[in-house]
Design a protein around this ligand. Structure first.
Ligand code: ZN
Length: 88
């Protein structure tokens, strides 16, 4: 059995692996308690997608145009935009 050390994408701390879900390995950081995967089935869940949506919106791109670049649905783009206004 091979042990793979994975660094947290949020705080860069090393930690042990978590449980598998939908065929991909999930990891949970013991320090910041956030979870993530190294591979995602859907591009909308990739780290950095939310920031890309906000950036393209600020540059005047439409919902359908934003969805074409990372290949996510316009529904996901709208949901992310609604949630980003709720957090502010
Ligand atoms: Zn962490």
């Amino acid at each position: 059995m091979t042990v793979v050390q994975v660094a947290c994408i949020h705080c860069q701390q090393t930690f042990n692996n978590g449980k598998a879900e939908t065929g991909h390995q999930r990891y949970r950081c013991k320090d910041c308690n956030k979870s993530f995967q190294l591979e995602y089935r859907y591009n909308g869940n990739l780290p950095g997608t939310h920031e890309q949506i906000i950036k393209m919106t600020m540059n005047g791109s439409g919902v359908r145009d934003i969805g074409l670049v990372p290949e996510i649905s316009p529904t996901t783009v709208l949901a992310r935009l609604k949630n980003s206004t709720r957090q502010q």
